[in-house]
Design a protein around this ligand. Structure first.
Ligand SMILES: Nc1ncnc2c1ncn2[C@@H]1O[C@H](COP(=O)(O)OP(=O)(O)OP(=O)(O)O)[C@@H](O)[C@H]1O
Ligand SMILES: [Mg+2]
Length: 240
């Protein structure tokens, strides 16, 4: 029965590097049109958790199911279905934003990539800089372009590692508007953030990752109290 299949399901993901346990039995599920935020202190294992999910790192043990399919490293369906924004931009500094997007368009065999690229540049507010090499871009401009790159393939799941980093108020607002629209159309969103205001604004659910473990999860109601969210977080981190 299709409706019982989660868009993304992680079962007991564990990552051990040397003698250090980076992730310990992380289990999570995400459905279509759902938005889940992962919060936690620096070094908690959030980025490692994302990299294991998208196949950039091999988990020591545990499984990742994508739309019901058990996936392995370098799986094609991961590349097609998940749009991953990491700490690195994966952009070519000598190319212009338009050239970068067109390059990814070819790589991912995206239909009407040139047209979509131009539209996305407008959407993230980089239209006027479309012919400038990325090397001369500010951090916020790079982040805007990285977001456009991730959106180009129209993925079914967006996995965004601190997407608001470096964005000014206007760009952050723009990003949130784009994400809400994507979510409304059924895209599943998994996001790492240190910014509780953005978490409250965007997420339906929030999970605390601390010392490599899911310490607690909570549903976020619209108009819920930001201070209460922070208090709950502090408690979850202390208890981990
Ligand atoms: N390649 C690696 N080799 C050894 N240890 C690593 C490696 N990558 C990450 N770690 C360790 O794994 C832990 C988790 O790192 P990770 O980058 O996942 O944290 P994070 O929660 O994303 O932190 P931040 O909020 O700072 O981005 C850290 O203690 C880090 O030192
Ligand atoms: Mg990180």
């Amino acid at each position: 029965m299709k409706e019982l299949v989660h868009m993304l399901e992680l079962k007991n993901l564990t990552k051990i590097l040397g003698d250090k346990v980076i992730l310990r039995n992380v289990s999570l599920s995400l459905d279509r049109g759902e938005s889940l935020a992962v919060v936690g202190p620096n070094g908690a294992g959030k980025s490692t958790f994302f990299k294991c999910t998208v196949g950039l790192l091999r988990p020591t043990s545990g499984e990742v199911y994508l739309d019901g399919e058990l996936i392995s490293k370098n799986s094609m369906s991961v590349k097609q279905k998940i749009g991953f924004l990491g700490h690195e931009s994966y952009l070519y500094s000598t190319l212009t934003p338009l050239e970068n997007l067109k390059f990814y368009g070819k790589l991912y065999k995206i239909k009407e990539a040139d047209k979509k690229s131009a539209e996305l540049l407008k959407e993230v507010g980089l239209h006027l800089f479309r012919d400038m090499p990325v090397r001369s871009f500010s951090r916020g401009m790079v982040q805007r372009l990285s977001i456009a790159r991730v959106l180009l393939a129209e993925p079914e799941i967006l996995m965004l590692d601190e997407p608001h980093t470096g964005l000014d108020v206007e760009a952050a607002y723009l990003l949130n508007r784009i994400l809400k629209e994507k979510q409304r159309r059924g895209t599943a969103i998994l996001m790492i953030s240190h910014d509780f205001e953005q978490v409250q604004e965007l997420a339906d659910r929030v999970a605390v990752l601390s010392k490599g473990k899911i310490a607690d999860t909570m549903a976020i109601r619209q108009g819920s109290n930001l201070e209460a969210l922070k208090e709950w977080y502090e408690k979850a981190v202390k208890g981990a």
